[in-house]
Design a protein around this ligand. Structure first.
Ligand code: CA2
Length: 159
């Protein structure tokens, strides 16, 4: 008789984006590139699918709403990819929410924040992140999806 194996559905990766990232591709393309956030969402969905994963993609201009999305990911997500944008440099509330998670967290920045103005050189989010991708533009989100796939599969292998 064939052995029944229990298939557990992998929860989606929450990809969270902070303030002003909705302007991507429309303003300051010389700093942040020409790719829009909608295009990044489509690219991430495709990349996740290639690893057998799915995504929930959000953008918010409000700190408290990002905290709500992180709390949602606590129970509904397998991992978080977050570009906290300006809040990365200021928000202890977002760091606290990340530290309450038991799932991998990858921080993404389109630009290399260490090459920029001194006030952008520090990120509170980095203290809670499993890993960080920066300076690769929109491609950085795809590398973050790859990193999540790798971390999740090594976690499931070690079970
Ligand atoms: O490099 C990144 O991804 C940043 O997180 C982007 C933030 C910035 O505050 C961080 O220091 C680094 C800014 C996101 C705002 O994006 C805009 C896009 C187009 C026009 C204006 C802002």
């Amino acid at each position: 008789m064939a052995k029944k194996t229990k298939q557990t559905k992998v929860l989606p990766i929450y990809i969270l984006n902070g303030p002003n990232l909705n302007l991507l591709g429309h303003r300051e393309p010389e700093v942040y590139g020409y790719t829009t956030l909608a295009e990044i969402e489509a690219m991430c969905a495709r990349q996740a699918k290639s690893h057998g994963l799915s995504i929930v993609f959000r953008q918010s201009n409000r700190e408290g709403e990002i905290v709500d999305h992180l709390q949602e990911a606590r129970t509904g997500g397998s991992a978080v990819i977050i570009n906290p944008a300006g809040y990365g440099h200021t928000s202890i509330a977002i760091l606290d929410s990340i530290q309450a998670l038991k799932i991998p967290v990858i921080e993404v920045h389109l630009s290399n924040i260490h090459k920029r103005e001194p006030f952008r050189n520090h990120s509170y989010v980095s203290k809670g992140a499993t890993g960080i991708v920066m300076g690769l533009g929109a491609q950085g989100y795809l590398r973050a999806v790859d990193a999540v796939a790798e971390v999740l599969s090594s976690k499931s292998r070690s079970k």
